[in-house]
Design a binder for this molecule. Structure first.
Ligand code: HGY
Ligand code: MN
Ligand code: MN
Ligand code: MN
Length: 421
């Protein structure tokens, strides 16, 4: 039929390990930490420099760079039939405050290298190809995360997203306008939000121990577990640490510790499939000899089933309606993203590509969320995982083997060829 010729072995052979390694090292320099990790928070000056670096790579590749109103950066390659919706790959380049060099970055750079390999192998796609770097996947500075893909997929509005504030009180809209002004100055054209897509494949490090344990270089991801983020505020009253007797105290820290323990208990399940994390815990006024009057803390809750997440959230609501150590407690739901299953139509294409390349790619479900969790409700979506050492991530020591990254990139390139031919 009318499919373009695509020799997957030639495409895989055109993936260049040195080029990929150089790109990873170049991007890791932007926002590099002393300890070997990266600190490239969404829309900070390092994130903006990294975007401009990525746009530079587009020129060499002969791709058209553009940016949308939420700051998602796209690199577009034409197909022989411009009427067809693009086959898209990508991830994110913003990081955790003490992040690793590969979380997000590997997916964007593997996409870049896959595009180079497709061109060098003489493959001409029928569908256009796009590489995207999504804004604020991590949510570490502006919470919740996955802003770029959520706004692109109409899950959240641009307006509400621009109002989110970081810990210094700066709005995401202000940081976004500063970043977009730099992209305008670099003549990066704007593009409309939410352009149609034929399919989306995201390559990412696994951030867990499965592939390393199985000795696999790449895995085909079947879905992503659900995730809910909350803020909890405990309000007491400040007073003198030395003179205030216990009966008159409304100690917000005592209340916060008690309610945090109760919430953790409510999230416990017999089979260790619930993930409950309190990552931020802020005590005010934060003076040694003043009883705290306000404590805020975050909750990151995950589970593969939406019903379980909802049940735990109901329990959280009951627990936080009570008084704890004389303090009021408020629970604010920041985001709830249901689990997603990726369609067989896509994962079977990746299995077939792996088979043709003689690559063993086990199936697994993602414990971490990714931009693909929103894209899954926008177009046929799937992911590829590459193992990271000891499953360590969101840590400066995050590490991958270049050989695994190359195999992952080869399978990505081959999958893109099968989908766009
Ligand atoms: O938190 C997550 O799951 C993602 O790595 N940002
Ligand atoms: Mn990530
Ligand atoms: Mn991450
Ligand atoms: Mn086709």
């Amino acid at each position: 039929n009318d499919h373009a010729v695509c020799d997957l072995a030639a495409i895989a052979a055109a993936v260049n390990p040195l080029r990929l390694a150089n790109d990873l090292a170049a991007l890791a320099k932007i926002g590099a930490r002393e300890d070997g990790g990266v600190a490239r928070l969404a829309l900070d000056n390092h994130d903006t420099s990294a975007r401009l670096w990525l746009v530079e790579q587009a020129k060499e590749l002969g791709a058209e760079a553009s940016v949308d109103a939420i700051g998602n950066v796209f690199l577009d390659l034409p197909g022989s039939n411009p009427e067809l919706a693009p086959v898209v790959t990508g991830s994110h380049i913003d990081s955790q405050p003490a992040g690793g060099k590969y979380d997000g970055s590997l997916g964007v750079l593997a996409g870049l290298e896959a595009f180079r390999a497709l061109k060098e192998a003489g493959f001409t796609p029928r569908h256009p190809l796009s590489l995207v770097s999504w804004t604020n996947e991590e949510g570490a500075r502006f919470s919740p995360g996955t802003s770029g893909s959520a706004v692109f997929c109409n899950v959240r509005s641009l307006e509400e997203t621009r109002l989110i504030k970081d810990s210094e009180g700066m709005t995401m809209g202000h940081a976004l306008d500063t970043c977009l002004a730099e992209m305008d100055a670099a003549n990066v054209p704007r593009r409309p939000l939410a352009t149609p897509m034929h399919s989306f494949i995201e390559l990412h490090i696994e951030q867990g121990p499965i592939l390393e344990r199985e000795g696999a270089s790449v895995g085909v991801v079947e879905g992503i577990q659900g995730v809910s983020w909350f803020d909890v505020t405990v309000t007491g009253s400040a007073n003198h640490a030395g003179t205030t007797p216990r009966a008159l105290r409304r100690d917000a820290l005592e209340g916060a510790c008690a309610v945090a323990t109760a919430l953790r208990e409510a999230a416990r399940d017999g089979e260790d499939r619930v993930r409950f994390t309190i990552g931020k815990f802020v005590v005010s006024p934060g003076s040694v000899n003043t009883i705290p009057d306000r404590v805020t803390f975050s909750i990151d809750l995950r589970h593969p089933e939406a019903a379980t997440l909802k049940g735990i959230e109901t329990a959280f609501n009951e627990i936080t309606q009570q008084i704890w150590a004389g303090c009021q407690v408020t629970l604010t739901s920041l985001s709830r993203i249901d689990p997603v299953d990726f369609p067989n139509t896509l994962t079977e294409q990746m299995d077939a590509a792996a088979c043709e390349l003689g690559i063993t790619a086990p199936r697994l479900v993602s414990g971490a969320f990714h931009d693909a969790i929103h894209l899954a409700n926008h177009c046929p979506t799937a992911m590829l995982f590459v193992p990271c050492r000891n499953g360590l991530s969101h840590h400066p020591d995050e590490h991958i083997e270049l050989g695994d990254a190359v195999v992952g990139t080869q399978l990505l390139a081959a999958s893109l060829a099968r989908l766009s031919r």
